[in-house]
Design a protein around this ligand. Structure first.
Ligand SMILES: Cc1cc2nc3c(=O)[nH]c(=O)nc-3n(C[C@H](O)[C@H](O)[C@H](O)COP(=O)(O)OP(=O)(O)OC[C@H]3O[C@@H](n4cnc5c(N)ncnc54)[C@H](O)[C@@H]3O)c2cc1C
Length: 291
């Protein structure tokens, strides 16, 4: 493994300074579960690694009437260890529960999963479904970008040189709403998603009509996708199989998957529809239970 310098700043300002001064040869580190592997295999060759785990702003995990603030370095285990977050942001905690195994989940962050920007990353479709917004800090100040617009290509995103993801913010869970993330993998052990789908729905008080829905799909395009139309067409429709099938077809329609050893194009398209239906069904059940 190539030698590199290591810094672990305790303030956001010094982290930004160190990253910006590096002129591209610096990498941020959260849990290191992707980064260390990429350095070990030579895919990334940073001169300096800036550990972000000691910065208070990146370790915020705060649930309030305004919603959820999730610091970019918070581990998956800390997120699914919170009962209220599991109840209100189920799609997120579903994804945190299946990223690697327990050892990985104790180090790995949702911020790192997003910044690694893999097409099959498990947390991203869940974040899209939950309408999460990225708070990005850099030498020129702070800006916000929807998670749905964050990834631009495999391993690429909108972060500019010197910028870091500080936190993710999600709106408060509306009444009569629920969410779910699930993926298909070829075996029961750790593996990369062949398809992953996150859904969130808000129903009317009777639980029989969709007020709104959001669907995110992963592993079926160069970046995780926001299946905007699939969610939009559910608004106002009755909660039944016909409505769910329509949304599943719309999600399938935007999938442009690749053929690989895990699945053919045809199979991935088919599974996109199947998982969209299942993600919606579980979201509906949760919305009805969690008034
Ligand atoms: C055994 C194993 C199993 C795995 N299984 C899964 C799985 O099932 N599903 C899945 O989605 N992933 C899986 N992964 C990949 C990995 O664990 C996740 O992507 C994880 O969430 C990355 O988080 P991290 O905190 O470790 O990120 P790091 O490795 O620290 O960082 C990842 C990338 O993001 C950048 N980065 C990190 N934080 C920031 C920030 N705040 N601002 C800017 N850039 C930043 C880093 O420079 C790096 O390029 C697995 C990995 C291993 C080793």
């Amino acid at each position: 493994m190539r030698n590199f310098e290591y810094e672990a700043p305790v303030t956001l300002e010094s982290a930004i300074q160190q990253i910006a001064a590096g002129n591209g040869s610096v990498r941020a580190l959260a849990g290191g579960t992707d980064l260390i592997d990429h350095i070990r295999t030579g895919r990334l060759k940073p001169d300096l690694v800036v550990d972000l785990k000691k910065i208070p702003e990146l370790n915020v995990l705060e649930l309030s009437a305004d919603g959820l603030r999730l610091g970019a370095s918070v581990s998956c285990a800390r997120i699914y260890g919170d009962e209220e977050i599991c109840r209100d942001y189920s799609a997120l905690t579903d994804s945190c529960n299946i990223i690697g195994g327990i050892q990985v989940q104790n180090r790995a962050s949702v911020g790192g999963n997003l910044c690694n920007s893999g097409p099959a990353a498990d947390s991203i479709p869940a974040l899209i479904a939950l309408n999460a917004i990225c708070v990005i800090s850099g030498p020129n100040g702070t800006r916000k970008v929807a998670v749905a617009d964050f990834c631009t290509a495999p391993s690429k995103n909108v972060l500019e040189s010197g910028e870091i993801l500080t936190e993710l913010v999600m709106p408060a869970r509306p009444a009569n709403s629920g969410s779910h993330y699930l993926r298909f993998i070829p075996r029961n052990e750790m593996d990369i998603a062949v398809v992953g789908v996150g859904a969130s729905v808000t129903l009317d008080e009777s639980g029989e009509k969709f007020l709104s829905a959001r669907i995110g799909v992963g592993a079926v395009a160069p970046t995780p996708l926001f299946a905007e139309k699939a969610g939009e067409l559910l608004a106002g429709l009755p909660v039944n199989e016909e409505s769910i099938n329509k949304a599943a077809e719309a999600a399938q329609a935007i999938a442009t998957p690749i053929d690989d050893m895990r699945g053919t194009i045809e199979f991935r398209k088919h599974v996109t529809g199947v998982l969209t239906k299942r993600a919606l069904q579980v979201s509906i059940e949760r919305a009805r239970q969690q008034k």
